[in-house]
Design a protein around this ligand. Structure first.
Ligand code: SF4
Length: 321
């Protein structure tokens, strides 16, 4: 039985069904549009293109992470008061926000609104991405419009399903100035959609999933002639780097399977290989974002100089068909 012929259309249909709760996204601006790239958000409405199957499968991973967390929250010994997929509407403008989870009280039973934005990742980043922070701040602002009084906070929950890791980036609070800035970005996007303004491209880690990358001005580089020996070196570098990236991905997957077999502590040797696994215990680290937010006067006094370095990127240029 060959699954491929039906796979593409079925994955598209699955994605459509899973996104049904978001309604017709061409009729409003959502929090991910406000936090993301204006050019992409505008083109998604004016020139819709289906994402590739790998991108759709990555979207599905996000739904799977939410479903898993819901199961975990429901299994808590304490009854948690929360809702999933909460829709917030701006009173006057076609602006909405969809909250993955909205908690109505903390674990002590004290009333507090806490938004959780779930992000499915391959590898938990050291710091939340700026787009994640903007999306959450916008959601907190939209929530404040609906609930003018009381504590409002939020966190980003990054889930790496492959590695079985979850990390909470916590401590976000409603911030009027940040929300006003993001609200202006939403109004700018409305102007762009009404042809009153030009969209700006904002490159980010999400560009790799963008269907409008091909002709994106932020991705185009000036044409130059390179000396042949430099061109050859660049080719070799790109080739080696791509093998390294592939090898690192493969290593990560194999490492996971090996440690699934060995557990966190293991020593042993077959006729051909010795295998040792040791555990590094969890440790505490300073959350720079939280420090900056809660102690803005202290933050500059604990900064230290980090030396700069040259960053080299060499990529194969795609030839036009
Ligand atoms: S490639 Fe990046 S910068 Fe360009 S439109 Fe897509 S998301 Fe925006």
């Amino acid at each position: 039985m060959n699954l491929y012929p039906f796979f593409e259309s079925a994955v598209l249909e699955m994605n459509r069904r899973q996104s049904e709760s978001l309604g017709d996204r061409t009729q409003y601006i959502g929090s991910s549009d406000v936090a993301g790239c204006t050019r992409k958000a505008a083109l998604q409405r004016k020139d819709p293109k289906s994402p590739s199957v790998p991108t759709l499968l990555k979207f599905a991973r996000g739904h799977a992470a939410e479903w898993m967390l819901d199961g975990i929250f429901q299994s808590s010994s304490t009854k948690l008061h929360y809702d999933r997929q909460v829709e917030l509407k701006h009173p006057d403008m076609p602006l909405k926000a969809h909250l993955d989870f909205l908690f109505y009280e903390d674990f002590d039973g004290n009333p507090e609104l806490h938004v959780i934005e779930v992000k499915s990742v391959s590898g938990i980043p050291d710091e939340p991405y700026p787009q994640w922070e903007d999306q959450l701040h916008y959601q907190l602002g939209m929530l404040r419009l609906q609930y003018p009084k009381g504590n409002i906070g939020g966190s980003v929950l990054a889930v790496d399903l492959n590695a079985g890791e979850v990390h909470q980036f916590n401590g976000f609070q409603y911030d009027e100035a940040v929300f006003n800035y993001l609200y202006c970005r939403a109004l700018h996007l409305l102007d762009v959609l009404n042809d009153h303004d030009q969209p700006q491209a904002s490159p980010s880690h999400l560009c790799s999933y963008c269907q409008y990358r091909q002709d994106c001005p932020a991705m185009s580089l000036p044409k130059i002639a390179l000396p042949p020996e430099i061109e050859a070196l660049a080719g070799k570098y790109a080739e080696l780097n791509s093998s390294r990236i592939k090898a690192e991905k493969e290593l990560k997957a194999i490492r996971q399977e090996l440690t699934d077999f060995t557990g966190p502590s293991f020593k042993g040797q077959s006729g051909r290989f010795s295998l040792q696994v040791t555990s590094v215990p969890p440790s505490l680290t300073v959350d720079a974002g939280l420090l900056k937010q809660q102690y803005p006067q202290i933050y500059p006094t604990v900064l230290k100089q980090k030396s700069g370095y040259s960053k080299l990127e060499v990529k194969q240029v795609k030839q036009a068909a």
